[in-house]
Ligand binder design. Structure first.
Ligand code: F6R
Ligand code: MG
Ligand code: MG
Length: 371
């Protein structure tokens, strides 16, 4: 059976700053999706990660379907009214357009979708990150799908040994989707060359070369590219199908034990390590650290079984402690060097304006030449 999984997420307001949506807001969005989705959706799962609400939907209408996207948009609009009534911070902030037109691409909410023929056993992972941008998934995807040091399946499974196709997007190009297809293992160094710059080049999808089927879909939207200014970090969602032709679930999860440094954290302007957290985790230290959650599911005829929380295991407690240490180490150097993002990635324009005003005070020193 051909099934589509669509996950659409937005920050439409949160309690106590950028911490988490209110219970009432979450319930409003849930109720809207359940009631309005009757007859359109097969199943749904509404959750939050930090201050973002994600609506995961299964159906048979394909990617970019107007009715499915409108359902999510209208659920967020309905939720925004509740957020405003409760005085939540940033109410409706990711809804950048006044009216829905066609689908939510370019309208603020992030989207990851995949249409596929269900396998007899169909495990998939739903990742949601807060206080970071879509390039945060470059590192774990490179390791999981291209590096045999992380993924022994690339050696052990004859199908996986054929490698994976990476579709990588240049997210600075705003006039349309500018993408390149590169093949692992032959193009490994080209893939690495692009993925080292996660603010510009972002993995959009990954495909099995043996089966021709899609394993990964990442929400690649960058809010500042849509709005022309910074309106918040993009806080990306990702869908990953695992097992058989694809890496095992554990091979996909392993790279998250590193707690790699990503753009995000306080005022969307700092480099911080990303922490793998339990489902429904809030935000705290330094408006961070950036977090990523993983809900694992099985799916049959579009019906979801799960979620089982992939990061709710004693192993990840140790990782979380390690990431806390890394976060505090980075914070010791305040605004200096690597702690803060480069000028054009800062979420505020204050520094640029300040430099422009200080610049006027610079003078060229006239040096007396030796006779
Ligand atoms: C992401 C997030 C941050 C804020 C940023 C700006 O979920 O909440 O990226 O958008 O910290 O915050 P304010 O609105 O406080 O200037
Ligand atoms: Mg936010
Ligand atoms: Mg957020």
């Amino acid at each position: 059976m051909k099934i589509t999984i669509s996950v659409i997420k937005a920050d439409i307001g949160s309690v106590g700053g950028h911490i988490a949506p209110s219970e009432k807001l979450l319930q409003t969005v849930k109720q809207y999706v359940v009631e309005t989705g009757k007859g359109l959706l097969i199943d749904n799962y509404v959750s939050f990660t930090g201050d973002d609400i994600a609506i995961l939907m299964t159906h048979t209408h394909g990617e970019g379907n107007e009715k499915v996207h409108k359902l999510a948009w209208d659920a967020f609009v309905t939720g925004t009214a509740v957020a405003k009534s409760q005085g939540l911070y940033g109410a409706g902030q990711d809804l950048l357009k006044d009216a829905f037109s066609g689908n939510v691409h370019g309208m603020g909410p992030a989207v990851a979708e995949m249409e596929f023929e269900e396998r007899p056993g169909e495990p998939f992972l739903f990742f949601a990150a807060d206080k970071t941008d879509p390039g945060a998934y470059n590192f774990p995807l490179y390791l999981a799908f291209a590096d045999a040091m992380n993924t022994p399946g690339l050696m052990l499974s004859p199908k996986m040994a054929k490698g994976f196709k990476f579709v990588i997007m240049d997210v600075n190009h705003t006039e349309g989707d500018r993408v390149v297809e590169l093949q692992a293992p032959e193009d490994m160094y080209d893939i690495a060359t692009l993925l080292r710059d996660p603010e510009r080049y972002v993995v959009e999808s990954v495909w099995s070369r043996a089966a021709g089927t899609q394993a990964v879909s990442v929400a690649t939207s960058r809010l500042h590219n849509i709005a022309g200014k910074y309106t918040g970090k993009d806080d990306p969602v990702m869908l990953v199908r695992s097992q058989m032709d694809f890496p095992a679930t554990g091979e996909v999860l392993q790279p998250f034990a590193v707690g790699h440094f990503v753009a995000g954290g306080m005022r969307g302007s700092h480099n911080m390590p990303i922490m793998p957290v339990k489902l429904n985790t809030t935000i705290s230290y330094f408006d961070g650290p950036p977090i990523v959650s993983c809900a694992s599911f099985s799916i049959r005829n579009g019906k979801l079984t799960g979620p089982v929380d992939a990061f709710d295991h004693p192993f990840w407690d140790r990782v979380r402690d390690h990431v806390s240490d890394k976060a505090m180490e980075m914070r010791k150097q305040g605004f200096f060097g690597a702690a803060m993002l480069t000028m054009n990635e800062l979420e505020y324009t204050g520094i640029i304006e300040k430099i422009a005003s200080i610049d006027k005070k610079f003078a060229l020193r006239t040096v007396q030449k030796a006779a």
